[in-house]
Each structure stands twice: as C-alpha cells, then as structure tokens.
Design a protein around this ligand. Structure first.
Ligand SMILES: [Zn+2]
Length: 267
C-alpha cells in the first residue's frame, strides 16, 4: 500500500484518515479512549487520560466520527479543535475512523476496524461511553468498543495481528448519570481538562455566535454546570474534582490502605 502523509496534529499527535496507510503509528498505547465524536473524550475521560500520562503511560483517543453533524461550526472547525485539544491533552495518538456522524452502527465491519487497532496498540485499558445515553451514537460506540474489546482477544476473529484483550474496560459518564463503580480523582488535571474542552470554540457559548443554533454545550452556563458535576463527583471521594466510571466486575482492591484514601468523613 502506498504511504501517504498523515495529517499532523502536533509533533507527537496524529490524525490518520482510515483510507491512508498508517505510518508513524505508535507501537503501543496504554490507555485508549474510544469516543463517538471529537470533544467526547475532552468532556468525559480527559482527566483520567492526563493523569495516566502524568504517571508515564501512553494515551490515545479514537474518534469514531468527525462530528460533521454538529449544529454549530463546520467539520473543518472540529478537526482543528480536536487537533488543538490533542495537544493540550498531550495525546500520543488521535485517530479518526471517519464513520458517519449520526449513523454510527455496531456492524461487524466497524468492530473489526477497532479490533485491528486494539491488536496493534495492545492497550491495557479501554475507556468508552456508558451504554445508556441520550445520543444514539454514544450507545452504538459503547457497543462497538465492548464487542471489539472482547473479540480482539479471540485469536480466530478477523482483524489480523495477535489476539489481545485489554485488562479492563471502563465506561465513562456522559450527560446522563449512573451510580459510579469508581470515581477517579482528577484534581491535578482539571484545569487542563477545562482547557481541552475550551478548544472547541464552535461548540461553546460565544457572544458573537448568537445566530447559530443553541445547544446544551453552547449555553452560557455550560462550563459552570460541567465544573459543578466534576466538583460533586470529587466530593464523593473527598477530592476537589472527580470523574465517574462504571465497570461491570468488582474493582479489585490489592492495597487495603487505598480504601482509606478519601478525606476524613467521606467514606
Ligand atoms: Zn458525542
């Protein structure tokens, strides 16, 4: 296959069109988020990803679509915003599968494409949308990621490479809520998470954009609401900011002392 130039996000982050030959792909990604639209990772699991990066792990985001149905701004805007946010988050890779926004479906073909990536990068953890969500694309993304997580570890399933199943799959909280299985302290990364979200100028409130369609994220007080949610989640574990996750099996405890990690009176 011919080698084509990747679209550079920054010196260390790339977006590859799926029709292009992959070049300069990383050999391994430790923590991989699979999201429906650019800005989903920033709004949901960016705090966890950046904490992982701060601890020396490699992090990546696979956006399943380019968000071309967005009510505000253009797809070119979203590409540029995703690029800027990738730099803020210091992603080791950002890859876009270019599935159609508004028509993301859990087909065998789409699962295989994600299986290929999982086997290539061999992440230790997959992070994706919780399966109950207001947006059908988020629901389908959860299903695609869950199926790919499983089938990537089945040796005879198509997709090439060597079978690999990430040790853990985490489901992040979108606009909806669920009783969290665990809350990750993201106090140290909250300001960067806020900066990454702010990269999506076209989606957020702008005084000059009053003629554009109004959405939940473009409401004037959206960032205050979003910060309030993270503060609330942090309060559950005695920290300033938190992100909520669901896991389907019990969270293992190997260090008893970790159970007393919250602020006094929280647990
Ligand atoms: Zn989304």
């Amino acid at each position: 296959m011919p080698e084509l130039e990747p679209i550079l996000y920054s010196s260390s982050t790339y977006l590859f069109n799926h029709t292009r030959t992959v070049c300069e792909m990383p050999d391994h990604i430790d923590y991989l988020a699979v999201c429906a639209h650019p800005d989903d990772a920033e709004l949901t699991c960016a705090g966890l990803l950046m904490r992982a990066k701060d601890s020396g792990y490699s992090i990546g985001v696979v956006d399943l679509s380019r968000g071309e149905l967005g009510s505000r701004g253009s797809v070119t805007d979203r590409d540029a915003e995703a690029s800027a946010a990738a730099t803020v988050m210091a992603l080791d890779v950002r890859y876009n599968l270019e599935l159609p926004d508004g028509n993301i479906v859990c087909s065998r073909e789409n699962v295989i494409r994600l299986v290929e990536l999982i086997r290539r990068w061999r992440p230790r953890m997959l992070i994706t949308s919780y399966w109950e969500d207001h947006h059908p694309d988020h629901v389908q993304t959860s299903k695609i990621a869950t199926d790919a997580w499983w089938f990537a570890g089945v040796a005879n399933y198509p997709g090439g490479g060597i079978a690999h199943r990430p040790e853990r799959i985490l489901y992040y909280q979108g606009r909806g809520v669920f009783p969290p299985s665990c809350v990750v302290d993201i106090t140290s990364t909250w300001e960067r998470k806020k900066s990454a979200i702010a990269c999506y100028h076209s989606q957020l409130h702008r005084n000059t954009a009053e003629s554009e369609p109004k959405t939940y994220t473009s409401s004037e007080n959206f960032m205050d609401l979003w910060e309030g949610r993270h503060r609330y989640l942090g309060s559950l574990i005695g920290t300033e900011y938190g992100e909520a996750y669901h896991v389907r099996t019990p969270v293992p405890v190997f260090d008893i002392a970790s159970l007393t990690g919250g602020a006094p009176g929280v647990l």
